[in-house]
Design a protein around this ligand. Structure first.
Ligand SMILES: [Zn+2]
Length: 92
């Protein structure tokens, strides 16, 4: 990959990370994200690490997004609510 390739990809990404759009302050800490033989894009350190932490698995990423969007795993609320009801003193 040439410097021109890198700059062309970064320009196509409006100068920032392909995921979050963050621009590297020093221009040094952007990662070239490879998939097999090709380049998928250029990522900031955080987004590159996030992909790795989620094993580059789209299903895990969607589940993480759902988890964050719902404020947790919905069924845990149900379990907690049921447990709280069981612990309430008998008011009859
Ligand atoms: Zn990013």
């Amino acid at each position: 990959m040439t410097l021109e390739d890198y700059e062309g990809i970064l320009a196509a990404q409006d100068g920032g990370c392909a995921i979050c759009g963050e621009q590297s302050a020093d221009g040094q800490s952007m990662h070239i994200d490879h998939a097999a033989e090709s380049v998928r894009g250029i990522l900031c350190v955080c987004c590159n690490n996030a992909l790795g932490q989620l094993k580059d698995d789209p299903e895990l990423m969607l589940r993480a997004a759902e988890y964050v969007t719902l404020g947790g795993f919905a069924r845990l609320d149900i379990v907690r609510r049921e447990r709280e009801q069981m612990q309430e003193p008998d008011t009859r």
